[in-house]
Design a protein around this ligand. Sequence first.
Ligand SMILES: *Cc1c(COP(=O)(O)O)cnc(C)c1O
Length: 380
Amino acid sequence: MKFDTAAIHVGQEPDRETGAVIPPVYLTSTFAQLEPGKTRGYDYTRSGNPAFDRLGATLAHLEQAKFATVFGSGMAAVTAVISTLSSGDQVLAEENIYGCTYRIYDKVFKKFGVTISYVDLSDPANYAEIEKQKPSLVWIESPTNPMLKIIDIAAVAAACHAAGTELLVDNTFASPYLQTPLALGADISLSSTTKYINGHSDCLGGVVCTNSKDWHDKMVFAQKAVGLNPSPFDCWLISRGLKTLGIRMEKHAANALKLAGFLEGLACTAAVRYPFLPSHPQVELARKQMRGGSGIVTALFDLPFEKVVKLVSSLTLFALAESLGGIESLVCHPASMTHASIPKAEREAVGITDGLVRFSVGIEDADDLVADIQTSLNNL
Ligand SMILES: *Cc1c(COP(=O)(O)O)cnc(C)c1O
């Protein structure tokens, strides 16, 4: 079954009892047992609900995984994976990982003796660190946030396996429509389903996909033992959103490429990053491991702080908001929003300069999005 067919049908068969084409959502915390200990497959929603199984079945298929476990948020999925580590374990991560993943290692799990080190894994010369440090797990994202670096998943997976360790890929930015990390050799593909997978900015969720029975058992245990389960209704919403993932990603990618080209042609931009722009330093690698460039475009405006703030505040179609991956366009100015609490010198050292703007390009008409930015620039 091809992607778009599977997204609609796998795990989403009509309800056996009533024939309802859209399976019902069981909003229940607990399930009546037939005899003590004898259930119909479910006992308590923290450890399972039909909505979890349906969404998990679709996601496993789309990620080319044997197993998928769903969680209450992307961070719950991250917590589930880290909760399997022990004091003394070390994780080696790509230097550009999602801010909250960085924070949970630093502020929560460090106290329990799990350590993390960072290296630039877009540079193959640094693969040697995997062999040298022999970490318990290697953790990457590709494309990275917000600079959209591409990490060679197949090459990093090979380096991990040669060193006797495993690779986790946070696939949130690409979505399984554009990139399937397990097929490239990764051991775990984790996503915040809050973003492209749900796609409608109306709930939070997370998923961990794997072909390893051992990892799967650990994830199922973490879901119930740590209390990381999603809500059945949110899974129902995510299943609904997921059905249109393919068609949405095509439009996100087409719009983003068009917008990136427009931004690159402006006199007031110093640089524009988009994985499928010919000027991206890793465009060949991006084309090799991704089906499209996804919907995030990062532009470096050659404008002072105040003008950039005015630009992002005066857009009418791009809502000024954190997050990404919804059908509606969003814009984020990291220097005054996500990274505002970091001292200027420190954030500039990691590339978060005053002129940096991240667009999450939605599926509106691209001409309207371009016109919105042009109008704001004209009024600066
Ligand atoms: C948003 C995000 C997360 C966290 O997901 P939540 O659903 O917000 O908890 C993790 N990784 C990446 C790359 C993200 O963009």
